[in-house]
Design a protein around this ligand. Structure first.
Ligand code: AMP
Ligand code: ZN
Length: 126
């Protein structure tokens, strides 16, 4: 794409949603990357020296709500996590990528987001 918004996947925001507002710069955040599809910003309550959230501009509440045609978005999110990990200096030591999905995983913001966490040794998932 050449900077043009793709209405089929990029331009569906939810007025009430915090991460839609951050992506549209209608709420404050420290954005570390953005393009037509995704926005990445620092988590407001970091649990490690590097803690970035990567979100699609399109509002999708949870991974349960993901549709097959959204696969490009997920690819863009994971690719951005990989690149940011390199740029933020945690690729060599390693990092964790996490999607929390709904209540049992502790999802508190209903707009899908990929946590990129690194910069220290992380505990076990158990
Ligand atoms: P989750 O539990 O996966 O839904 O994680 C939501 C994350 O969003 C948490 O790590 C919060 O610290 C983070 N968060 C909440 N509000 C903001 C905000 N305004 N800016 C940046 N990160 C936020
Ligand atoms: Zn949203």
């Amino acid at each position: 794409m050449t900077g043009k918004i793709d209405n089929t996947i990029s331009n569906k925001a939810n007025e009430q949603c915090l991460f839609c507002k951050i992506a549209a710069k209608r709420a404050p955040s420290t954005i570390v990357y953005e393009d037509d599809l995704v926005v990445a910003f620092n988590d407001i309550r970091p649990i490690a020296p590097v803690h970035v959230l990567i979100v699609p501009r399109k509002h999708i509440a949870t991974l349960v709500d993901l549709e097959e045609q959204d696969d490009r978005l997920i690819g863009a999110m994971v690719w951005r996590a990989k690149r940011l990990a390199e740029q933020l200096g945690v690729a060599m030591t390693g990092y964790r990528l996490v999607f929390n999905v709904r209540q049992h995983a502790g999802q508190i913001v209903d707009h899908i987001h990929l946590h990129l966490i690194g910069g220290k040794k992380l505990g076990s998932m158990a």
